[in-house]
Ligand binder design. Structure first.
Ligand code: IMP
Length: 178
């Protein structure tokens, strides 16, 4: 199905399941080459990252630990620019290579906030992997180490990403029709 409706909005197919899987495999390949031999601690940012993390880690062949943090900075289709909620980190990440796993970097506010928080735990280094990146929307200077796809500044749903809570279960990524 190429066009779908979620609540009051129409969306059209944007990234197919095959394209997503290929992109995730390529990201994992690079991470396997660059992170092997390090003490790696993966931190997925919920809720949107759950499908990405699930597919990514099955393609990783180095030893790593995996945990999740929860933050929310979004209502509807435009970012509020405010991080509202954080469910904290209980594990010790001191002297480890932390890799933040994001579904999407939009304004970069969330990532900037998380990076600042995590620096306080004294990890050896912090890297970032994001499936999607909206360069036109990003207002923060946040270095991204692994980017799956750069996309235009349009609202997308599917593969973990939601519109007001719906659409996360879609296997493909859809973009809003204005
Ligand atoms: P940022 O702080 O503006 O970079 O936004 C980060 C969070 O906003 C992401 O982790 C998503 O949860 C959400 N978000 C940003 N863009 C989209 C989108 O196009 N669709 C769905 N959620 C989005």
């Amino acid at each position: 199905m190429d066009n779908i409706r979620i609540l009051d909005k129409e969306f059209k197919l944007f990234i197919t399941e095959e394209q997503i899987q290929e992109t995730v495999r390529e990201m994992a390949l690079r991470m396997n080459q660059e992170l092997k031999g390090k003490k790696v601690f993966l931190i997925g940012i919920l809720n949107g990252c759950f499908m990405f993390v699930s597919d990514l880690v099955r393609n990783l062949d180095f030893d790593c630990t995996i945990t999740f943090l929860k933050l929310a900075s979004y209502q509807g289709t435009s970012s509020t620019g405010k991080v509202k909620r954080l469910i904290g980190l209980n594990e010790d990440i001191k002297d480890q290579t932390v890799v933040i796993l994001e579904d999407i970097v939009d304004t970069g506010t969330t990532l900037d906030f998380i990076q600042k928080q995590l620096k306080g735990y004294e990890p050896a280094e912090i890297k970032v992997a994001t499936l999607l990146y909206k360069p036109e929307a990003c207002r923060q200077d946040v270095p991204l180490d692994y980017v799956g796809m750069e996309i235009p500044d349009d609202f997308v749903v599917g593969y973990g990403l939601d519109y007001n809570g719906f659409g996360r279960n879609l296997r493909q990524i859809y973009t809003v029709i204005e």
